[in-house]
Write a protein that binds this ligand. Sequence first.
Ligand code: PGA
Length: 264
Amino acid sequence: MKCLVVANWKMNPATWREARQLFEAIKKAADRSAHLSVVVAAPSLYVRSLRERYHGRRLAFAIQHARAETQGAHTGDVSLIQSKDAGVQYAIVGHAERRAQGETDDETGAQVGEALSLKVTPILCVGEAERTSDAMYFEVVRRQLRAGFAQVDPSHLQRVIVAYEPVWAIGKQSAMRPRDMHEMAIFIRKTLVDLSMRNGPLPTNKKEPTATAMGVRILYGGSIDEQNAPAMLTEGDIQGFLVGRASQESARMRALLQALDAVA
Ligand code: PGA
């Protein structure tokens, strides 16, 4: 499985001109990174134009947030079906910054279901706001996973990507420790195995549910840069990253892709 790097530009950059420049720089760096797959999650206003100008194969596109409903009175929002029509192959679902604005667990479940039905790969973000000594953060992650996968057939779990982003590590100085990520990755896989069994054993012609659950790709997100990413990839039991700030500056993104390509 190639290491997947998702560039979450958030509400950046300010102009289309800068967006094009950043995209060109990422495109060049991605072309030199044979061991990586790169996905650009640009603001929705830029996605279609970037997609139409790009004729390569190495990069893919994601929407940062989109609603599950196909149409309706939702001022300011975009839908998953519009995003698909604009050319995205991935959709970030339930980012902590959306959850902080009121996005519910049920909405994330509906978005994952709708994305899959459109053949868009959902990147379901989960992660606790804080770490307390009673390990309640595992419960938070379990609840978010259950809700996010509520509409996913147990034999299709691998079509969803899980991005673990502890909210306390987003936009900070340092990422979480690789060994803590490793522990969380084990917990996420165990939870997915439990979910895959929820309807009892599947008919024998279907893929073994445990194997399917174990094969779900897990990303880490939260203050990743070229310094901390290599150790996280090799020791954290993950298969990629959701990157915020380091993906919004050409030089930092180039350095990150180069550092990861060397260890991937
Ligand atoms: P950061 O953002 O890399 O700037 O911490 C990560 C994210 O929010 O996806």
